[in-house]
Structures are given as structure tokens and as C-alpha cells.
Design a protein around this ligand. Structure first.
Ligand SMILES: [Zn+2]
Length: 340
């Protein structure tokens, strides 16, 4: 599943021409104060276990964009407490997968901006006095670029289960699917409820990503795209989620669309179009993309990954300044990355 087409890749990523030809935007959510919740408080039903208020509870705040990557404001009224708790292990995996990036970009979780520590070499990334401070444990794991405008990091992630991290993001897309479409994604619903792959229906879970190593930071927003022609004779997935936060953009296919399951395509034939960068959805208008890095991570496995190295680069408005001890670098002010 999800082979990336290599034609005019850079141009496609910047303009997304082909993507726009094939897909239309279905739902666009921005994580900001006052945003409408998903679901309907007068008619409670859990979109995952399909139970109503007579047989389950809806007391907890269920965040559509996980708090682990800074989600705060978009609530799902159609996620019951049982399912919310069930998904917390997915969110734990996502937090580990996001790794040092959360600390570096000042992404607030349920308990504020997390501190990253690498016990192996003593690298610490933390927030202090509204600034992000990096203490490099060794020259190899963290260093500044020559002009002191950016920092490059190679740091291990905490152990995590890849498939759970993938589900934590795929769940966002499933939550954005309309009620009248649920029937087409029945297998997706079961896959989300079950901690593992579907027996006999295992799929490849590929997460495509772009990291913008510029001063730009994305709003937290999720966009669900649907193919304009459901029956087009091509191998593009029917629904695609694009998720942005911090300096990351993720893209993935929502798995188990009924037509694709029927055709057996979910195991073999799906092709992902290169990302559109879609910077025009940012409040300040299109962003000058001077440099970005793209990649794809295979998150199919339920086997725990240990000590996986995450490569991060971060460019700052001002040259990173050394403070206190020689090893401490102030990368940027937190308020710049997280206006609320
Ligand atoms: Zn439920």
C-alpha cells in the first residue's frame, strides 16, 4: 500500500496540483478557542463502540487532535469514556513517536510543555522562563549550524508501538467522517477498537511527513480530503487526512474503505499522491518554503521499537544564544510557537 509516485516530486509537494485534481476538501478543523465540537450533545452515540448514553458514559473531554501533540480545543461529543480510555495507549505511543519534537517546538500537552531527556548522553530539552533551552549532552546528538541560526538533533525516541501511534492519528480522520459514511468504514471502526491488526486483513500503515525547518510554525489543524470521483479507475485512497502541528505535516490514507476492501486494494494497490503543502491555509498566508525535509515512516508493526533515532532540525528567528552554562542553547521563545 501507499507507494509514493516519484514524478516531479518537489513540485508536487509544493503545489499539490495532482492532489487537488483528485481530491476535494471535506472537513477542515482548526484547533483554536471557540471551535465547534464534533457530534451532537442532544443525541449521544459513540462513533467507535456505537453505544448511546443509556449504556456508556460521555463525561470526559475527548480531544479530536490528541493532547500529546498539542490538541486543546476540538472536542468529540461522540467518543465515549470507555473508548477515550481505550485510545489513551495510542496517544502514549504517539507522544513517544513525536519524541523530542514536542519539547523543541514548545508543544503543550495535558501537563504543559514536556521535558525531553536522553539518559544515554544527558541531553535535555526543556522550557524555562518562556524559552526553549537545549542542553546538548554530546557533540553528536545536538549541534548548532555554523551561522548559529539553527540546531540539529539526533536523539532516541522512547520505546513505542508503531501501530498504536498510527492509530492515534488515523482516529482523527475517522472522527471527521460523516455519520452517513460510517457504513463504508465499518472495518476501520473495528480496527480502531482492536489493539492490533485485523486478522487476515492486515494493512500497511505508512505515515508520510514533511518537516519545515523554517521559522514557520503550523497551527494545529486537520483536513480530511475525499476523492472527487469515488469510482475513478485509479489506485488513490478514497480518504486522506492531512494533519499539521508545530513544524510537522503528516499525511495518511484512512484505511479500510469498503470499496478498497472489496477489491483487495488495501493490502496491495493503493498509491499515495505527494502531499500538497497547503501553506495558504495558514493565517499569515503562503509561506516561503526555503527548506523542508520529507520522509515516510512504516508504522505497521505491533512490535515495540526501542531506541529509534529521530533526526530533527530547527531554524530560529534569532541566532540561538548560549546562556548560563556553556552547553545551554536558547532556541526560541515559547510564546512564538504557541500564542495561546
Ligand atoms: Zn465508545
Amino acid at each position: 500500500m501507499n507507494q509514493l509516485i516519484e514524478y516531479n516530486l518537489r513540485e508536487e509537494q509544493e503545489k499539490g496540483t495532482k492532489f487537488r485534481e483528485v481530491y476535494q476538501l471535506q472537513t477542515h478543523l482548526v484547533d483554536e478557542p471557540g471551535v465547534d465540537p464534533l457530534g451532537n450533545k442532544n443525541r449521544r452515540i459513540c462513533r467507535y463502540c456505537l453505544r448511546g448514553a443509556d449504556s456508556t458514559r460521555f463525561k470526559d473531554d475527548a480531544h479530536v487532535i490528541p493532547q500529546a501533540i498539542g490538541g486543546q480545543h476540538i472536542l468529540d461529543l461522540w467518543e465515549c469514556d470507555d473508548c477515550n480510555h481505550r485510545f489513551s495507549k495510542y496517544e502514549t505511543a504517539l507522544a513517544a513517536y513525536a519524541g523530542a519534537l514536542r519539547s523543541l517546538t514548545g508543544t503543550r500537552g495535558a501537563n504543559g510543555i514536556p521535558t525531553y531527556k536522553n539518559p544515554a548522553d544527558g541531553t535535555v530539552i526543556r522550557s524555562a522562563d518562556n524559552k526553549i533551552v537545549v542542553r546538548a549532552g554530546s557533540d553528536e546528538s545536538a549541534y548548532m549550524t555554523e551561522d548559529r541560526s539553527g540546531i540539529r538533533l539526533e536523539l532516541p525516541r522512547e520505546s513505542y508501538v508503531p501501530l498504536r501511534a498510527f492509530k492515534s492519528i488515523a482516529r482523527i480522520g475517522y472522527a471527521m467522517i460523516r455519520e452517513d459514511e460510517w457504513g463504508d468504514f465499518e472495518e476501520t471502526r473495528k480496527w480502531l477498537l482492536q489493539d492490533g491488526q485485523r486478522e487476515g486483513r492486515s494493512i500497511s500503515c505508512i505515515l508520510f511527513w514533511i518537516s519545515v525547518s523554517t521559522k514557520t510554525k503550523f497551527r494545529r489543524e486537520a483536513s480530511l480530503y475525499t476523492k472527487k470521483n469515488r469510482f475513478a479507475p485509479d489506485s488513490y485512497p478514497y480518504k486522506v487526512l492531512v494533519l499539521r502541528y508545530g513544524i510537522m505535516q503528516y499525511q495518511l490514507a484512512i484505511p479500510y474503505f469498503a470499496d478498497e476492501v472489496l477489491l483487495g486494494a488495501s493490502s496491495t494497490h493503493l498509491t499515495m499522491l505527494p502531499f500538497p503543502l497547503l501553506f495558504e491555509t495558514q493565517p499569515d498566508g503562503p509561506v516561503d518554503i526555503d527548506s523542508y525535509v520529507t520522509g515516510r515512516d512504516d508504522l505497521t508493526s505491533m512490535d515495540k521499537k526501542k531506541g529509534e533515532i529521530q533526526r530533527l532540525s530547527y531554524d530560529s528567528d534569532q541566532p540561538a544564544a548560549r546562556v548560563d552554562q556553556p552547553a545551554d542553547l536558547v532556541v526560541h521563545n515559547v510564546d512564538e510557537s504557541n500564542p495561546e
